[in-house]
Design a protein around this ligand. Structure first.
Ligand code: ATP
Ligand code: MG
Length: 412
C-alpha cells in the first residue's frame, strides 16, 4: 500500500464538491488560503464545512474519525488525507491549552476562533472567491501578522500561539504587529505550561527553516527562549543565535539545538532539552554533536580518529556546526578546508574495515584473558585504521610486539 500523503488541492476540491452536492457549505480554509494568496506552495489543504461529522462520514468511502468529537474528520481521497472540520467556535480555555467547549457554528464564527488574520480566511474553489471575515487580505498585503481579536486574550487561550506567532512571522517574512509582540513579551513565561512535544514541534519548525535567524532572535528577545530553556543564560543564547544565523540552508533539528547551545556544556544542554521529549534518535544525534564539538579544529588529527568521526551518520552536521561556529566568530575556516582535502583523499577507502584479528586470535597469541585483550584489540584497530598494518601477518607481529613491550606475555 502506498503511504498516505497530505492533502493536495485536487483532493480537497473533490471533497468540497461532494459536500456541496449534498447541500452543505464547504470551503478551503486556513493556511492553504494564505499560501495560495501569497503564491506559495501550501503544505496541505484543509476543508471547513457546515456539515457535522455524522453528516460527513456517510458521504465518503474511506474516512477516519480522529477528532469527530471536536468536529474533525479525515477523508481519504486516493492517497491523500484531507482534514474536514465542521465550522465551530471554541471557548473556555481554562488551562491555556485546550478549549473546554466546542460548539458547531458558521463560517464567520469559525474564522474568529483561528489564531492570526492571515490564517483566518476561506476560499471557495468553485466560485473562485476569497471569503475574508477578519481582514486577512489587508494584513497579507501589508505583511503584518496580527491576532484575530485582542492579543492578550488570544494568547491566554492557548499559549502555543506565541510560538506560532514567531514561526509565521519568520517564515512569511512579515512584521509582528506591535500589540501582539507586547502581549508575547508579557506572557512568555507561560509557554512552559504547554507540553514539551508541542513546543518541540514549533521550535523545530522555527530553527530548522532558512529564516531561523529571524525566528531565533524573536525567541530570545521575547524571553520565550528563556522560558523554555531556563538554564541557557542570555549571553549564551545570544551567542547561539549568531551561530544559528551562520547556516545557509535548512538544517536538522539536533544540529539547530547544538548550535543554540554552542556555548553551553554538553550535559547542561542535554538536560535543558529533556523537557522537549525528543526522540531517542534526536537525543543521540544532539549528544554526539555536543560531545564532538571542537574536534574538527584539529585538522591534523590522526587518520584513525578522523575515520571514526567520518563513519558517524552525524559527521556532516558536525562539520556544518563547526563551520557555523567559526563563521559566527569571524574566524578563518582553514582547519575545515584542510580536513575537507584530507577527507576527499579518502574517497573509496573502507572507513570501518573488519578488524584483522579477533579476540580469540589475540588470546591465542598469548594475551592474558581479561581487559588486556580489549586494549590490544583497540590499539591494533587504531594501527589498522592508521594504515600502519594491512595484513593478518602484520597484525600478529603487532600483537607480539605489544606483549613484549608490556612484558606480560603469558608463560606457556
Ligand atoms: P502550515 O503551513 O505550517 O501548515 P497552517 O496555517 O496550515 O500552517 P496549521 O497548524 O496546519 O497551520 O493549522 C491550520 C489552521 O488552523 C491555521 O491556519 C489556523 O487557522 C488554525 N489553527 C491552528 N492552530 C491553531 C491554534 N493554536 N489556535 C488557533 N487557530 C489555530
Ligand atoms: Mg497546515
Amino acid at each position: 500500500m502506498s503511504p498516505v500523503r497530505p492533502s493536495n488541492r485536487a483532493a480537497a476540491v473533490f471533497v468540497v464538491r461532494c459536500l456541496r452536492k449534498a447541500g452543505f457549505e464547504a470551503l478551503l480554509a486556513g493556511g492553504c488560503v494564505r499560501d495560495m494568496l501569497l503564491k506559495r506552495r501550501a503544505k496541505d489543504y484543509d476543508v471547513a464545512t457546515s456539515a457535522r461529522p455524522e453528516q460527513i462520514l456517510p458521504l465518503f468511502r474511506r474516512t477516519l474519525e480522529i477528532g469527530a468529537k471536536f468536529g474533525v474528520v479525515m477523508v481519504l481521497v486516493k492517497q491523500c488525507q484531507v482534514e474536514v472540520a465542521t465550522f465551530r467556535t471554541e471557548s473556555g480555555y481554562a488551562d491555556g491549552r485546550h478549549p473546554d467547549q466546542v460548539r458547531f457554528s458558521c463560517a464567520a464564527e469559525d474564522a474568529s476562533r483561528r489564531d492570526f488574520t492571515v490564517n483566518g480566511m476561506f476560499y471557495d474553489p468553485i466560485r473562485r472567491k476569497v471569503i475574508d471575515f477578519v481582514d486577512g487580505q489587508r494584513d497579507l498585503g501589508r505583511k503584518i501578522l496580527r491576532t484575530i481579536g485582542d492579543p492578550d486574550r488570544r494568547f491566554e487561550e492557548d499559549y502555543l500561539r506565541m510560538l506560532r506567532a514567531v514561526r509565521f512571522t519568520a517564515h512569511l517574512g512579515f512584521a509582528l504587529e506591535p500589540a501582539a509582540w507586547a502581549a508575547i513579551t508579557r506572557h512568555a513565561d507561560k509557554i512552559a505550561r504547554i507540553s514539551g512535544e508541542r513546543i518541540a514541534a514549533e521550535l523545530e519548525a522555527i530553527l530548522t527553516h532558512p529564516a531561523r535567524a529571524v525566528g531565533a532572535r524573536l525567541l530570545v528577545e521575547s524571553s520565550l527562549c528563556a522560558a523554555v530553556f531556563p538554564g541557557l543564560d542570555p549571553a549564551g543564547a545570544n551567542r547561539g543565535v549568531t551561530v544559528l544565523s551562520a547556516f545557509r540552508r535548512r538544517i536538522s533539528f539536533p544540529l539547530a539545538l547544538a548550535a543554540l547551545f554552542a556555548e553551553a556544556p554538553a550535559e547542561s544542554a542535554l538536560s535543558q532539552c529533556e523537557f522537549l521529549k525528543l526522540s531517542r534518535d534526536n537525543i543521540r544525534h544532539l549528544a554526539w554533536l555536543l560531545e564532538h564539538r571542537g574536534r574538527l579544529l584539529d585538522a591534523r588529527m590522526g587518520l584513525a580518529p578522523l575515520k571514526r568521526l567520518l563513519v558517524s551518520p552525524y559527521f556532516r552536521d558536525l562539520f556544518d556546526l563547526q563551520r557555523a561556529i567559526l563563521r559566527s566568530q569571524s574566524l578563518p575556516q582553514t582547519p575545515l578546508n584542510i580536513l575537507q582535502r584530507r577527507i576527499g583523499a579518502l574517497k573509496g577507502v573502507d572507513l570501518a574495515p573488519k578488524p584483522l584479528l579477533n579476540g580469540h586470535d589475540i588470546l591465542a597469541l598469548g594475551a592474558a584473558p581479561g581487559p588486556m585483550v580489549g586494549r590490544i584489540a583497540e590499539d591494533l584497530y587504531v594501527a589498522q585504521l592508521s594504515d600502519q598494518i594491512h595484513t593478518p601477518h602484520q597484525a600478529r607481529r603487532f600483537v607480539q610486539n605489544w606483549l613484549d613491550r608490556n612484558n606480560s606475555r603469558k608463560s606457556s
